[in-house]
Design a binder for this molecule. Structure first.
Ligand SMILES: C[S@@+](CC[C@H](N)C(=O)[O-])C[C@H]1O[C@@H](n2cnc3c(N)ncnc32)[C@H](O)[C@@H]1O
Length: 166
């Protein structure tokens, strides 16, 4: 099974996926930052999990069509512009296999809670309009990615799972 992590940072998510799946999995991580990718490479070596790391922007993926079973992105869409996010969603649809899954974890319109108040300054500096207004299901549907499941994982962070229709 092949997994792509967009905006992978130090690749905590990819390593966690690899450790939790009881089958052969190849992890691919892409990030704009060479520094983050350096940390990811060190973590991969220490954990003994082979990581395939790429430097680039998530709206221009260096992969052929229908390469991946799963694409994930965790708290990275909120660091990009609306144009990059739209481009990334189109690219995800292109590189996913039919019936593959796309998981977005991102800052979302907060539900009431103490941590929401504490995180308000954070939202003031993030490009959160798409997630705040819950635009991802519409953007994804335009690229043949259908919402299957969603839940808040924190009062200000939402998880949404999409499947690529064949
Ligand atoms: C808050 S970190 C999250 C890292 C990791 N996904 C996690 O959950 O720990 C956001 C990451 O997105 C990356 N990033 C921002 N814009 C990007 C883009 N256009 N393409 C790829 N990566 C991007 C940043 O370099 C950063 O490493």
């Amino acid at each position: 099974m092949s997994v792509l992590d967009l905006g992978c940072g130090t690749e905590s998510v990819g390593i966690a996926i690899s450790e939790s799946l009881e089958r052969d999995v190849s992890i691919h991580g892409l990030d704009l930052s060479g520094i983050q990718l350096g940390y990811a490479a060190d973590k991969g070596e220490r954990s003994g999990i082979p990581l395939n790391l790429y430097r680039g922007s998530m709206d221009m993926l260096p992969f052929t069509d229908k390469t991946f079973d799963i694409v994930v992105t965790s708290v990275a869409f909120c660091e990009t512009t609306s144009e990059v996010r739209s481009g990334a969603i189109m690219e995800v649809s292109r590189v996913l296999k039919d019936n593959g899954f796309f998981a977005i974890v991102d800052c979302a319109k907060p539900i009431l809670g103490l941590d929401t108040v504490m995180m308000l300054p954070f939202f003031m500096f993030k490009e959160t309009a798409d997630s705040w207004n819950n635009h991802y299901p519409d953007l994804c549907r335009e690229s043949n990615l259908i919402l299957e499941n969603e839940a808040y994982v924190k009062s200000y962070v939402k998880y949404q799972l999409f499947r690529k229709a064949d």
